[in-house]
Write a protein that binds this ligand. Sequence first.
Ligand code: CP
Ligand code: NVA
Length: 304
Amino acid sequence: MKHFLSLADISRTDLVDLLELAMQLKDEWRSGGNAPLLRGKVLAMVFQKPSLRTRVSFDMAMRHLGGDALYLSPNEIGLGQRESIADVSRVLSRYVQGIMARVFAHDDVVELARHATVPVINGLSDFSHPCQGLADLLTIREHLGRTEGVRLTYLGDGNNVATSLAFGCALLGMDFTIASPPGYALPEAVVARARGLAGDREFVDLIPDPHAAVRGTHVIYTDTWTSMGQEEEAERRAKVFPPYQVNASLVRVADPKVIVMHCLPAHRGQEITDEVADGPRSVLFDQAENRLHAQKAILARLMA
Ligand code: CP
Ligand code: NVA
């Protein structure tokens, strides 16, 4: 594993290894602190979009592992505008030992990786959010004690987060069901790729009715109806997504021990109600915490 750009690019073995290492590093952190695996190393964090979790968890992960992180804000380096992505990548590679980038176009993070001589991590693109996916798989494993055979139902936009979950579920022998309004389904290429990763199993259930989709499911997952960069579509989206809201009546249809997940930031009262987000089945803040532990595993494997 040279870079971490999409869960579809890594093997099942790498994914299982990252999850196991994340659990070890989490235990180690909780029992007094991590060994300084990344002493003297710096991660450059390039952001074209806002962030709370990704920014803070990568920064803290580097510090806990004895290294440091450098935040580069959207206007600072003008990725692809002030300077070509290739040149930014070549220059950063002379200064730092790793690059994490949050971009609009996925091709931009691929381009960064193509020209970098240091590892590149995708901190969210329009196509995927693999760091979130890894933290979510860790959270499922902790709460349900397994991933194999677990059924995850995603409600809402077939977006970057849904894509990473589909790939992760495919690699780990989970079932993936998605219910989206017409016009907002997971892209066909993503469904095909996820089916390819899942091998011979029946994989990716596309069920339009949200109640039918969550019946008996072990995990309910949702995300914003309008992702960063789609703000001008917000009004149109707000008209078609309400039937896919994760609320108490929907949660009642799922498995009694269902866990409810959201990558955050949440738009309470839209894709999820307060009652569910703050209710007994919610694991939203465990997911947020696990970004820290999961990313330590990525950083350790790529940069140590
Ligand atoms: N879930 C997530 O990536 O959050 P941020 O946008 O705050 O980083
Ligand atoms: N789908 C959302 C995820 C935010 C963490 C977005 O891309 O804005």
